[in-house]
Every structure is written in structure tokens, then in C-alpha cells.
Design a protein around this ligand. Structure first.
Ligand SMILES: [Fe+2]
Ligand SMILES: [Fe+2]
Length: 265
């Protein structure tokens, strides 16, 4: 059995602080074999820089970073988007390539892990192609010996994320949602195989509007003014899901929602 830790959207510098502290605790208490996180908001709330990417896969020890609609907000992503530890939403209109949304990696113990990333169509900007069809195309590329398969579906609509979880039931070990920055309490296992949750929730400042300073978010909604539209700082929390997966069959046997409030915030 391997333990795969999936961490939701990490929001800016406060999110990175919560990530480091929460990960220390998770490693101490749970000893995960593989850690995947969503990094689309990790640089000031919008995108990911090369410097932060290298820090995350280096000293912080993240095994793979998925992304979302903000993947291209920092332009240096074009220098490292082919790196084996970063995944883009394969069906997003400005990606549209199954190999960019799929990475074949392994745990320190040598267990193969396929990480996949898709984006929703419902209530999402852009003319993204079907995540269902792209999921099929990506699964065709995963070798049969790679049983542990995990998918980050980055989407707004709860219905679309659940539909994708049901669609992939029995074929993917873990399907979880990101993007809403709001954790859901509906974790379950489909067909005694696929561990699922509609949204992991954000790792970052919860005294906010989905991670953004509340005063600025309210002002923007009322007037359109984007002034100080940046990550909030207080009430840091680390949110993640721990999936226990049988590496012989790929079946998820248990999943545990983690919420670690970060002190000194
Ligand atoms: Fe996000
Ligand atoms: Fe997003």
C-alpha cells in the first residue's frame, strides 16, 4: 500500500508558508510516499515562476505539481513546462496536448505513479475541449504496468467534477477537484476503486475571499477596480487528502481529509 498526499491550490507566499509547515506535520504523522500539489496560484496568486518551481521540487520535496487556468500567468513557465515534474491541464484550449497533461513518475520506493491534469468546461473561460475525451486519450498513454493513477480535475462546477469521477471509476486510483479553493466534505470511493473528492480546498489564507484579500475582492466585485488584488495573509490552513492505494491493483482503499490550521498566522 502506498500513501499519496494531494494538496490543493497553494495560494501565494502565505500559502507556501502553510505548505511547508503543513507538509512537515504530514510527513511526521503520516509519512506519505508521494506528494502532489496544485501550483497554479503559488506565485503571488497567479501562476508559477521558475524560482518557486525549483524550490518546491527541491528543498520542499514536492514530487509533482499540477496546474490550472492560471498556468501561463508567469511567462517563465514556457522555459520549464516540459519538466517531468510539472503538469498542465491537457484539454485547456492553450495546451490541447495529452502528453503535457500526463507525467509518469515513481515513488522513492520505486512504485510507478501516473499524474494527470484536466480542466473543466462548465463555467470556465475559454473554449476548452472535453475533459472526458481527453481523459480517455491520456489513459491510452499510461502503460498497463503503471497501476497508481491520479487525476487533478481543475474545474468550477461540482457536477462536472463528480461526473468525471464517476466516468473514471475503476480506472483511476484518485480523482480530486481543485480550482474552487473551497474544500468539500464528500470524500468517498467509487466502485471500490476510485478515491474521490469534489474539491481539496486551498492551502493558504482563509480570512479572505478564496485566498484574495477580502476588502480588495469586495471592491473589485462592486466596482471592477483591481487595486491590491493580491493574496490575504491571515488564518493560514493546510488542506490536503491522503489516499491509501494498493500499488498492485491501483485501487484506493481509504482516503483521509487533512486540515492543519497553521499557528502564528
Ligand atoms: Fe486556484
Ligand atoms: Fe483555477
Amino acid at each position: 500500500m502506498i500513501k499519496l498526499l494531494a494538496i490543493g491550490d497553494v495560494m501565494g507566499r502565505p500559502g507556501r508558508q502553510a505548505l511547508v509547515k503543513g507538509l512537515d506535520r504530514a510527513r511526521e504523522e503520516l509519512n506519505p510516499d508521494f506528494v502532489v500539489m496544485n501550483g497554479e496560484n503559488v506565485a503571488g496568486g497567479f501562476g508559477i515562476t521558475k524560482k518557486i518551481f525549483e524550490e518546491l521540487i527541491g528543498p520542499v520535496g514536492i514530487d509533482c505539481i499540477t496546474t490550472g487556468n492560471h498556468w501561463m500567468d508567469k511567462k517563465d513557465i514556457y522555459e520549464f513546462r516540459d519538466h517531468p515534474k510539472i503538469v498542465l491541464p491537457a484539454n485547456m484550449s492553450n495546451v490541447d496536448e495529452p502528453t503535457r497533461g500526463l507525467r509518469l513518475l515513481e515513488t522513492k520506493g520505486g512504485v510507478r505513479v501516473a499524474v494527470m491534469n484536466l480542466i473543466g468546461k462548465v463555467f470556465m473561460k475559454g473554449d476548452n475541449s472535453s475533459p472526458f475525451d481527453m481523459a480517455e486519450r491520456m489513459l491510452d498513454l499510461v502503460p498497463s504496468y503503471c497501476k497508481v493513477r491520479v487525476l487533478d480535475i481543475h474545474a468550477e462546477a461540482t457536477s462536472e467534477k463528480q461526473a468525471l469521477g464517476q466516468f473514471l471509476a475503476g480506472r483511476v486510483s484518485a480523482v480530486y477537484g481543485t480550482h474552487s479553493h473551497v474544500p468539500t466534505a464528500d470524500e468517498r470511493i467509487f466502485k471500490e476503486y476510485t478515491g474521490f473528492v469534489t474539491d481539496l480546498g486551498m492551502t493558504g489564507p482563509y480570512d479572505s475571499v478564496i485566498g484574495i484579500d477580502a476588502t480588495s475582492a469586495i471592491r473589485r466585485m462592486r466596482t471592477g477596480d483591481k487595486k491590491n488584488f493580491e493574496p490575504a495573509k491571515n488564518d493560514l490552513n493546510f488542506y490536503a487528502m491522503l489516499f491509501e492505494i494498493n500499488e498492485q491493483t491501483g485501487a484506493c482503499h481509504a482516503l483521509h481529509r487533512l486540515r492543519f490550521p497553521i499557528k502564528d498566522s
